[in-house]
Write a protein that binds this ligand. Sequence first.
Ligand code: ADP
Ligand code: MG
Length: 696
Amino acid sequence: MPSRPEILFPLFGQLTQFTGIGPKIAINLSKLNINSPRDLLFTLPHSLLMRNKIETVLDAINNDIIIIEIIVDEHLENQQKNRPYKINVSDAKASFQLVFFHARKNWLWDLFPIGEKVLISGKLEYFDGKAQITHPDYVFKPGNEAQIPTLEPIYSLSAGVTQKTLSKATRQALNLLPMINEWISPSIINKFAWPTWVNALKNAHEPKNINHITFDSPNRLRLAYDEMLAHQLTLAIARENYRKSKGIKNIGNKSLSKKVMEFIPFELTNAQKRVIEEIRNDMSEPFRMNRLLQGDVGSGKTLIAFLCMVTAIEAGGQAVIMAPTEILTKQHEDTLKPLAEKAGIVLESLSGRDKGKERKSKIEAIATGKIQIIVGTHAVFQESIKYNDLRLAIIDEQHRFGVRQRMDLGNKGDAVDILIMTATPIPRSLALTNYGDMELSEVDEKPIGRKPINTVMVSSSRILEVIDRLKVAIETGNQIYWVCPLVEESEFLELTSAEDRANNLSKVLGKNNIGLVHGKMSGEEKDRVMSDFVDNKIKILVATTVIEVGVDVPNATIIVIEHSERFGLSQLHQLRGRVGRGADASTCLMIYEPPLGKTAKKRLEAIRETNDGFKIANVDLKLRGAGDVLGVSQSGLPKFRMADIETQSHLMEMAKDEARLIMTNDPSLNSQQGKALRNLLYIMGADEYIKLLSVG
Ligand code: ADP
Ligand code: MG
């Protein structure tokens, strides 16, 4: 078993070896996640403190950090307790004061003998028009300027560790840096004129100018790239491992998809065509497909999924699509079954509502291969479900499914191709970060003829006006969603608020016009209400967030979101995506409870300003940070220590490409660069991935 090379040992030694770090400070550092010299070196400063040598305080302004030579004039000893100790001093042209709290008298007399010249540095401040320096940072005999750093890195700290302690320890850690071979390809190093790893770290911690610590400096970009490269390399290794397991070449002859296409009443968008090609090509490869399909709400992913499933049938196998809710399962069944029938394909749904005999016979038909396309909820990957010859598994609206479930599905067949679809677009850099082991397809275009959705924010005080407006809307043939929010504290409250709203609207707009759907209803009840809504029998569907994803009723043109301030950005975008699916112009009314908090306001405004899911995802990233955007369940996202995923994201794509290239050319990492990359992986703590590398 490979283990960490000796040359790297010093980076993982004890912190207490450094002067200035005792057991107590080591514990405090540990709370900051700093446990080794490596961790110290990877904790980069966020800003720079500059000290200017000046002749007189007259040349400085409030808060300047100065270096200055002074003559000691007079000690004003503190007579009363808790009063500061002051020393009058003068420079070449002016006098000012040094101020000390709780200082030892003897010590001050030693440092500042009357009439002597002293070199000091500290922050100059004005109080009542008088210049003073409180507790100078440095005090030396004249001529010792060289001992005072003119540029000092500033680290983010928490209690128990001072800047000085950290700087001092880090400087000692820098001395432990090993001479080590370059792991980044020379072409990249040369192109960007990046320093070596060792120099980059030295510059970052002992900056010679501000350019050594800004996010866009070659120095910091290099360090960020190292981290991203290591991360992408682990994903590439995982991907290589996955692809080594054999796959089936799933090649369709298009006989069935042609028939299906004849019954689709519109042209595929170019994006749909391109993505279908990408997926089909991938399916035809002798490896297992592991692909992520991103597309904004309403971009037509269902059809893409279906046409790819048809390819799997043409290739002689079965295909399954998992949806997160029963409502969605039913909807997929309703839209896809007629198309499947046209092509003579047997499509059935399987969900929690299938019970007894019917369920048993469906399960049998799946096992014998009689059912070719299965549409279902998580029921489709239960232990008891055996497939005859599953070739393609699609997970729709993936954010509701955990990684675990994804893997279970992959285990349903020897070589199942996997496609994950998500309508919660995340910025490409984030997608690469989290799904860098997968191939990526993007539907970056919506069907033509969609009208923009008019999105407005409405204070709850105007709710009666809204209801009046709905009356008119119903009369002119529109259908409406009314969304009641999730009530975190209580499902019961959530229900009653939805029920209350439904009752209230029934009174004003007529009972027969209103339907209610929520998570606590049985499958059959939900089906009935949903199909009444689809059939335009009810005009207003009052719902909890059960309708958040996927629901497709093109005739619905208005969505009212109550307590919109309680929803997250991507949720709001998903909800709004329920309208604007037909040719008619649509409206989204975000009702909010004033006063709006700062971030809630930003969220609603972002939704109002754009209907572009990718832009919204970017705002989300800014408001919440990368980890949260992906959600806790997706916490595969590594915490980068040096890379800044927002400002340096352009490097992620490069790192991914390089990592994949490396795995193609040198899958065991045995070349000179490969060996250097092993060091990088060890340094980044990715030891377990090195074990996955093929030997030889
Ligand atoms: P999503 O990507 O959000 O899952 P859907 O697959 O539900 O989107 O598609 C949204 C709507 O757009 C559906 O009513 C679907 O029939 C329709 N649609 C899909 N592709 C096209 C197209 N190329 N032209 C017109 N309408 C389309
Ligand atoms: Mg969908």
